[in-house]
Design a protein around this ligand. Structure first.
Ligand code: ADP
Length: 407
């Protein structure tokens, strides 16, 4: 009996997915829709909500059911005793991505066959992310998703709007922010960094996971991160341009990308000791978000954005002179060669996907542990690496994957 697994995020399920499932159900004895859990901060529906929304739409199909995969997808396929991994192909971008994944799957387990089905006429441009985007602007999505999903989306956004309009803009008065944010205000004062906009500083400290749990907050730090990214680029570019020994354009470009990569920004944040002021949701805190490079880097940029909007370049410059200028003199420092970002860029160019890192193994005495981490794309291992910290092992895993791809 041939069982097929159809994996995806399904956030939310669309008519494109359902059409493909209907066709697959005619080909295979059983089709199992597997919701792959990944920690994307942009998820609209929880896994359980997604599951319920899918289940309501497959009731009439006796040979279709839903399951959830937390770890490696191949393991889940094996556990379900399926032999086919079904994928949908909409365009060349999907094709390039699926080709890579099919190859990796085959390397991991030659008994699993990847089968790609083309999107049906009219569904070739439809994706869950477009639905989320449309819905966030209040556009009616009922032409693209089943009725229950359209209803759930409308409710979700109505709730969000209600929450946001009922809170006051001056969110710095909330107890939580007072408790955490004041400490950042103290830090700025102690370090003679000028600021007056406490609301912007608070926004820069707010991770999306905190916003989700604290209805009184209005914004997370993503918009300020966007601002800070530009400020950081400008400051660093000017700094490199004015170096005593002039560098050519190519060298400046390489050096700048090393100085502002994610690992470098997280490193600056740690030097300043700002991580403690980050406002995180409970789940993110529990899973070590406060130590994660990506969160620390985002917060660092958001703080630069906030200080710039508040006071112009002066406070930005005071901070960057302290942490970034010394790094210019030691560009060979390993921390600045950020394979995680390099790899993410390569993958993103093809696929819009986010890489995940998973701890495989910990060995050695507790004071000298050695970690082994794997880098995964959609549950598939692209590379493995070891190191004396999880961060280092992640970098080594990304390096291995990056070098494998470059071959
Ligand atoms: P993923 O995060 O794996 O892309 P999705 O939920 O977006 O998860 O998609 C799951 C699968 O469905 C993927 O193989 C994707 O290519 C396919 N798919 C998505 N939208 C469509 C569509 N409109 N028509 C056909 N296949 C689709």
């Amino acid at each position: 009996m041939t069982k097929a697994v159809f994996p995806g995020s399904f956030d939310p399920i669309t008519l494109g997915h359902l059409h493909l499932i209907e066709r697959a159900a005619r080909l295979y004895e059983e089709v199992i829709i597997v919701i792959a859990v990944n920690s994307s901060k942009h998820a609209l529906f929880t896994i359980e909500e997604r599951r319920a929304l899918i289940e309501e739409n497959i009731r009439s199909a006796a040979n279709v059911r839903v399951d959830v995969a937390e770890g490696l997808l191949v393991e889940k396929v094996k556990e379900l005793q399926a032999t086919v991994m079904l994928r949908g192909v909409r365009d060349l971008q999907d094709f390039a991505y699926e080709k890579q994944i099919a190859w990796a799957n085959h390397e991991l387990d030659p008994s699993i066959e990847t089968i790609c089905m083309f999107a049906a006429e009219g569904y070739g441009a439809l994706s869950s992310s477009i639905i989320r985007e449309f819905a966030s602007y209040g556009k009616d999505v009922s032409r693209y998703v089943p009725a229950n999903v359209a209803k759930a989306i409308a409710e979700k956004y109505a709730d969000k709007r209600k929450e946001k309009s009922s809170v006051s803009i001056s969110n710095e008065n909330t107890a939580a922010v007072k408790e955490m944010g004041n400490t950042m205000f103290d830090w700025l004062r102690e370090n003679h960094i000028p600021f007056s906009r406490k609301d912007l500083i608070t926004e820069a400290l707010t991770h999306s996971s905190y916003l989700n749990e604290h209805k009184e907050m209005v914004h997370d730090n993503e918009r300020l991160e966007f601002m800070g990214d530009a400020v950081l680029q400008l400051w660093t570019t000017e700094k490199l341009f004015r170096l005593k020994t002039p560098l050519d354009e190519g060298k400046m470009t390489t050096l700048r990308s090393q100085l502002v990569c994610e690992a470098a920004l997280a490193h600056y944040n740690r030097e300043l000791g700002w991580g403690q002021y980050l406002l995180l949701g409970v789940g993110e805190e529990r899973t070590g978000g406060r130590e994660r490079d990506s969160l620390l880097a985002d917060m660092f940029e958001a703080m630069l954005g906030a200080l710039y909007l508040d006071q112009g370049m002066q406070p930005v410059s005071m901070i960057l002179e302290r942490v970034l200028t010394p790094a210019i003199d030691e560009p060979k420092n390993e921390v600045l060669i950020d394979y995680k970002t390099k790899l993410q860029e390569v993958v993103q160019a093809d696929t819009r996907k986010t890489l995940q890192y998973e701890l495989l193994n910990t060995q050695g005495p507790t004071n000298h542990p050695e970690f082994e981490m794997a880098v995964l794309l959609d549950g598939i291992v692209l590379g493995k690496g070891k190191g004396n910290s999880k961060k280092r092992a992640e970098q080594m895993a990304a390096k291995a994957a990056f070098e494998k791809m470059a071959r």
